[in-house]
Design a protein around this ligand. Structure first.
Ligand SMILES: Nc1ncnc2c1ncn2[C@@H]1O[C@H](COP(=O)(O)OP(=O)(O)OP(=O)(O)O)[C@@H](O)[C@H]1O
Ligand SMILES: [Mg+2]
Length: 457
């Protein structure tokens, strides 16, 4: 990064010289001007900060300020003046000056002010680019899948994103995409330019979580040596994602409810109510109704959160999403690992579709990642996959024929029954578990006279 450029505008050479001397020492590039006209001309070179004298031979500093700000609203201007008047100061601030200093000034103080101003803009720029790059990955397309269940979830998410709804509840097993959904909703709402803040309710003890959420005043408790704004306050205008809301202790549940109803926060140890506008997206992989029934979760909070519920179904209930997700991850890992996998062999895909995916999409992603790391060639075969911790082909290592022999027919029957039971009699998936097609499993169901009711092995 090139050193920031500072333009010093003053008609007194001695002042220009002392500022230039001091600021060059700090590593800045310093250029000079002694009038309105030359200040405008020199600023064409592109400057980050301007130290601007108010009284100039051909006009005043406010004129320069106005032109500079029109040209580049991000430029920082510090006005220096010997004729300090409140009106000038107010006018300068109104026109976007960063600061105001009286002459005669202390060069060290000006140098400090300059450092601080440039640091602030550097951070502001960083946040801006970060937001621009972060927002992009969270388009609706990032949520992959074509099953009716997923399509309707996405439709609902679109509606929620553009609605003024202030609370959303995401439920679903681990790895079903709650985090992803929360970010997509935020980055596709008009809250996108404002912060997305994320906190896991189970990660902190109660008092810490409270001060994280609501902030605290200085001296509110031992160790609170400074006033601190809470997450809700910091996210003003944006979204707060409360993950694992089911783990929140009852005391805090009450405070959260109060916040959702009144839209104000009171810092711990504070007396004032601060108005805050945030959308709260809460997520849990617990069944909140059950938590309510068991007395662990406040019923009133549940109803408040449940105004807009979005349920992310487990992957095993939407196997039609599996092929699309697999190819999404194959593409992603092709790029990341510099590989050129074209496809997943049909029998491998069949196995992937049949698996129960207790870890849902996270597990699927890891499974594909592993296969991409271990497999070779441009097709992924059954033998490249380890599904659910079991290599997809290597049966012979695990089943050894007992010395006394076995009843093959009985073993076959037992395996078919187990597959059907495990998949709740979804014949396609049961067939996948056994490496069969649907006709082949149907044939065996008839052969062994299996019925859904007497399916116990
Ligand atoms: N429909 C989808 N399309 C593509 N990727 C997805 C989809 N759903 C989830 N993922 C990915 O799966 C992984 C797990 O998702 P995420 O972290 O959102 O799950 P979660 O529901 O928050 O899980 P947990 O309850 O464990 O926190 C992430 O890498 C996420 O990007
Ligand atoms: Mg999560």
């Amino acid at each position: 990064m090139p050193a920031p450029t500072i333009l010093v505008v003053d008609d007194e050479q001695l002042i220009r010289w002392s500022l230039k001397d001091r600021l060059s020492e700090q590593g800045y590039r310093v250029i000079e001007a002694d009038s309105v006209a030359s200040a405008i001309a020199r600023s064409e070179e592109g400057v980050d900060l301007v130290l601007l004298d108010y009284k100039l031979p051909d006009g005043d500093g406010l004129q320069v300020l106005k032109i500079l700000k029109e040209r580049d609203p991000d430029v920082l201007v510090i006005l220096l003046t010997a004729f300090s008047s409140i009106e000038t100061a107010v006018e300068a601030m109104k026109q976007g000056a960063y600061h105001f200093a009286n002459k005669p000034f202390n060069v060290d103080e000006i140098a400090l002010l300059v450092d601080k101003a440039l640091e602030t803009t550097r951070l502001r720029r960083e946040v801006k680019t970060l937001r621009a790059t972060q927002a992009q990955p969270y388009s609706f397309d990032r949520m992959v899948g074509g099953s009716p269940a997923l399509v309707s979830i996405k439709t609902l998410m679109r509606k929620v994103a553009s609605s003024p709804a202030s609370t959303v509840l995401l439920t679903g097993e681990s790895g079903t995409g709650k985090d992803l959904a929360a970010k997509i909703i935020h980055y596709n709402s008009d809250r996108a330019p404002k912060p997305f803040m994320n906190i896991t309710c189970s990660a902190l003890p109660e008092t810490l979580l409270e001060s994280e959420l609501f902030g605290h005043e200085r001296g509110a408790f031992t160790g609170a040596d400074r006033q601190k704004r809470g997450l809700l306050e910091t996210a003003d205008g944006g979204t707060v994602f409360l993950d694992e809301i089911g783990e929140m202790v009852p005391g805090l549940q009450a405070k959260l409810l109060r916040f959702l109803e009144e839209k104000t926060v009171k810092r711990v140890g504070g007396a004032v109510d601060i108005h805050v506008d945030v959308r709260v997206i809460a997520a849990t992989n617990r069944k909140l109704e059950e938590e309510v029934r068991a007395g662990r979760f406040r019923e009133d909070l549940f109803y408040r959160l449940n105004v807009l519920p979005i349920v992310l179904l487990p992957l095993r209930e939407r196997p039609d999403d599996i092929p699309m997700l697999v190819s999404f991850y194959v593409d992603a890992y092709n790029t990341e690992f510099k590989r050129r996998v074209r496809e997943v062999a049909p029998d491998a895909m069949k196995r992937l579709r049949a698996h129960g995916w207790p870890g849902n999409i996270r597990e699927l992603r890891n499974t594909v990642e592993r296969a991409m790391l271990l497999g070779e060639g441009d097709v992924l075969h059954v033998s490249d996959f380890t599904i659910g911790g079991v290599s997809a082909t290597k049966l012979d290592d695990r089943l050894e024929l007992p010395a006394s022999g076995i009843d093959l027919e009985e073993l076959e029957r037992s395996l078919v029954v187990q597959a059907l039971t495990r998949t709740q009699w979804n014949q396609t998936r049961a067939a996948g578990l056994l490496g069969l097609n649907r006709d082949q499993i149907r044939y065996r169901i008839e052969k062994f006279h299996l019925e859904k009711t007497n399916s116990a092995p």
